[in-house]
Design a protein around this ligand. Structure first.
Ligand code: KIV
Length: 302
């Protein structure tokens, strides 16, 4: 007999092989299907993403806004990233997992960047780190890569410095800033990044970046020409209704479904309809009768 405490008996589906850095590099334009990446911050989401065949998971520092309720990604700490990275890597052992280096855990020095990245690999179990910034961060990318830690770059809109960029805005719309974003991408790729997130730039600029750099580009709000795409899981699932960037396509409305499920549960509890017999445990009748005989009701007070 099974009940709610019994583990599911069905055999797990066969796992696809985990992508390594060379596999990801090899998926540069036209060499294999586009790469598909999504954020994950917890064990169940990581499991579901892996079962769905997602290629790469990002434990993004969007964690701060999406899951922890901060107003920006700036307050996120390395310890918070580690806590969530461990959950994700437990949930998706056969998926390439990248974790963000949060604000001020890599900017100070090469040594700081290597130490922070090292913790994410050793304690978080991730396969690679991502850090935001262009030419100004190329030295950090180089240092971390030379320390043997795969680094993903992130150019265009870099949320950790949204304040400097005038908010969460599309980058590279005019000639000078488009050229600056292109230079950033080239610098980070030349410094040893194995892939590059390109966020919130016009599609033509992302196409140019994709053509110019020798590593795969993962676009978010950057058009269709990139070598792959990344989205925030809560946007994909319809769990985030406070921020609605134009590029964030919803593939489900789990926010409404979740709210309806909670409301239905609350209504049934209040109406006495839950739990019913199907969701309760029962004693055998003879044991129940013996228990009642051995434990008679106490006399009423007074
Ligand atoms: O933190 C994050 O989720 C990200 C993606 C938006 C690329 O960096």
């Amino acid at each position: 007999m099974t009940d709610a405490l019994s583990p599911a008996k069905s055999a797990p589906p066969p796992r696809p092989a985990k992508l390594g850095v060379p596999d990801i590099r090899a998926r540069k334009s036209g060499t294999g299907p586009k790469l598909v990446m999504v954020t994950a911050y917890d064990f169940p989401t990581a499991r579901l993403a892996e079962a769905a065949g997602i290629d790469l998971l990002l434990v993004g520092d969007s964690l701060g806004m999406v899951v922890l309720g901060y107003a920006s990604t700036v307050p996120v700490t390395l310890d918070e990233m580690l806590h969530h990275a461990r959950a994700v890597t437990r949930g998706a052992p056969a998926t390439h997992v990248v974790a963000d280096l949060p604000f001020m855990t890599y900017e100070v020095s090469d040594a700081q960047a290597i130490a922070s990245a090292g913790r994410l690999l050793k304690e978080g179990g991730v396969d690679a780190v991502k850090l935001e910034g262009g030419a100004a961060m190329a030295d950090r990318v180089r240092a971390v890569a030379r320390a043997g830690i795969p680094v993903m770059g992130h150019v265009g809109l870099t949320p950790q410095s949204a304040g400097n960029l005038g908010g969460f805005r599309v980058q590279g719309r005019d000639l000078a800033s488009a050229r600056a974003v292109l230079r950033d991408a080239e610098a980070v790729a030349a410094a040893g990044a194995y892939a590059l997130v390109v966020e919130a730039v016009p599609a033509e600029l992302a196409a140019l970046i994709t053509a110019r750099v020798g590593v795969p580009t993962l676009g978010i709000g950057a058009g269709a020409a990139c070598d792959g795409q990344i989205l925030v899981a809560h946007d994909v699932l319809g769990l985030e209704d406070r921020l609605a960037p134009r590029f964030a396509k919803r593939y489900a409305d789990l926010g409404t479904a979740t709210q309806e499920a909670f409301a239905a549960y609350a209504a049934e509890v209040r109406a006495g309809a839950f739990p019913d017999a199907a969701h309760s445990y029962a004693l055998k009748p003879d044991v129940a009768a013996a228990l009642r005989a051995a434990e008679p009701d106490p006399p009423p007070d007074g």
